[in-house]
Design a protein around this ligand. Sequence first.
Ligand code: HEM
Ligand SMILES: *[C@@H]1O[C@H](CO)[C@@H](O)[C@H](O)[C@H]1NC(C)=O
Ligand SMILES: *[C@@H]1O[C@H](CO)[C@@H](O)[C@H](O)[C@H]1NC(C)=O
Ligand SMILES: *[C@@H]1O[C@H](CO)[C@@H](O)[C@H](O)[C@H]1NC(C)=O
Ligand SMILES: *[C@@H]1O[C@H](CO)[C@@H](O)[C@H](O)[C@H]1NC(C)=O
Length: 504
Amino acid sequence: MVSAALEIVVSSLVAGLVYIVYRLLRVPDNLRPFPSVPIYKLVKWAFWSTTPRAQYLEMREPLYRAHEVYRIWNFGRWKLIFNNPDHIHQIYRLTNSAIDKVPLTSAANYSAITTFLGNGIIFAGLKDWHRIRKVVNPAFAHPWSTEEFGVCMQRLVQTVRRQMPDKGALIRVDRLIKRVTLDIFGKVLIDYDFNCVEKPDSPYAAAIIKIMDEITMPLFSAFPFLDLIPGIRRAQLYRDIATFDELLFSLIQTKLQQQQQPGKPPYPAKGSSDLLGMMLDASDAKDADRLSPKELRDNLTNFFVAGFDTSAASINHWLFMLAKDPHVQARARLEVLEAMGDELPWDAVPTSEQINGLKYVNATIMENLRYNPPISLTAGRMVVKDCQIGPYHVARGTALGMHLYALHFDDRLWTDPLAFQPERFLVTDANGSNDKHNWLPFGMGARKCLGTNFAMQEMRVITTMMLRCFEWSLPADAIYADIRSPAFGTFSPTDVVLNLRARL
Ligand code: HEM
Ligand SMILES: *[C@@H]1O[C@H](CO)[C@@H](O)[C@H](O)[C@H]1NC(C)=O
Ligand SMILES: *[C@@H]1O[C@H](CO)[C@@H](O)[C@H](O)[C@H]1NC(C)=O
Ligand SMILES: *[C@@H]1O[C@H](CO)[C@@H](O)[C@H](O)[C@H]1NC(C)=O
Ligand SMILES: *[C@@H]1O[C@H](CO)[C@@H](O)[C@H](O)[C@H]1NC(C)=O
């Protein structure tokens, strides 16, 4: 009796589950004609997180050659992914008219990524986006001095030096680089010093770094509902989010008290980059417009997500590429030494003028961003008015994305795309252009990365100081032949151990 009842319960549970999965995975009619990345491949990628390069070569490249556009199940819905350069440019041009971003909260709002990001700038739809951009644009509208980036980098150089009993050591650099970009982000943009290069145990830094590592885990990006199932749900991740919220709310509180003091200087002060101060001041004017701490918090987490892991990913890739290619490293170092000399103090911060003269170093950064775009797939878009993309009629309500990776490895656009060749960014053809038109690691158009100049300057300072202070190579027994990505979101290398040698 009992077992019969149990059987009925279990089989109806299974039937219910199958129905839910069927409903979830059902392809909308208008997307049916498009070729699809099979679900089993997504599951495979989720468990054996491969690199975007491997995914591209295995699955997307053949689809691309044959079809230019395919559909993929991603973050709880089917999306069209466009690969053709002309279509990608067209989508960027349609942004803010026929195509908008979709607030994350519109799907799977229980998921960790939505809990963390809430409704902020990255996925904000047109109306919210205008409001926030008006407020934060001034923070990014001036040239960045090298000094503040450099000061954080000096702490890294000295910390690494302390870990070297002699002049060389095996150092795991990926964590250090994440911490230095977090320190820079905090000091420059929110007036908070994580100081996590020197104090790696800082609980807030540990929380945000873990959040970034886990929030876009492929399995949960493909199947967000897993975060609803007890036992599978990433409980620790939700606790880390709560820990980080403590910091954000306390920063908001402190800033709020400062702002309310009589005689405080008005924002935006010229040259200021204090994001939180700007957001508070913008909401100061009328009580009705005042943003709640929760809204401020959502807007802040978005900047964290956009602003430090991406740069760290890129710098880690760069270190790896130059370790694999000692000639490129030597040539870049020579350029730095010619500009800055080779005398103590060994951790001198390069000036903006010096940095601007470093054409080859700049080319290595550009080529690295082509070769390893930290955001290889820009998704999160929605067609809000029926439109035509290339030969395709795309209906309102269709979710879509662009495959920047395909763009950067298209052999019709780039000569020998699989080769790492910084030189390609030194040459310009007779008409003063080269294939940079299709170099889009920061996207383009209205929703282009707001932090482009910040990130470029940050990367220039960090790479220049690394080249002057150290030489590096891959250890003989390096277990990584190519760099693995832990995530669907940022293409970010893990476990980068380098053989570092101090130069001065
Ligand atoms: C190498 C480093 C970086 C890369 C490769 C990168 C890349 C991108 C890309 C591709 C987008 C557009 C996403 C899309 O179209 O769906 C984006 C948006 C954005 N990025 Fe970055 N980013 C970097 C660093 C930064 C930094 C340092 C900041 C801020 C400090 C930042 C702030 C933003 C913001 C606020 C947006 C949203 C812009 C909007 O929708 O108006 N990014 N980034
Ligand atoms: C999530 O979405 C559901 C239904 O769409 C809604 O009832 C709920 O209030 C949302 N929760 C949050 C936190 O936005
Ligand atoms: C912050 O986010 C809210 C949505 O949560 C949005 O309405 C507001 O305009 C944003 N902007 C600023 C400056 O905080
Ligand atoms: C870096 O290289 C790009 C591509 O060649 C070029 O457009 C840009 O002006 C360069 N920047 C600097 C500071 O050299
Ligand atoms: C430069 O532009 C002219 C006219 O548009 C074109 O015919 C020529 O092929 C271009 N040269 C190169 C090297 O792309």
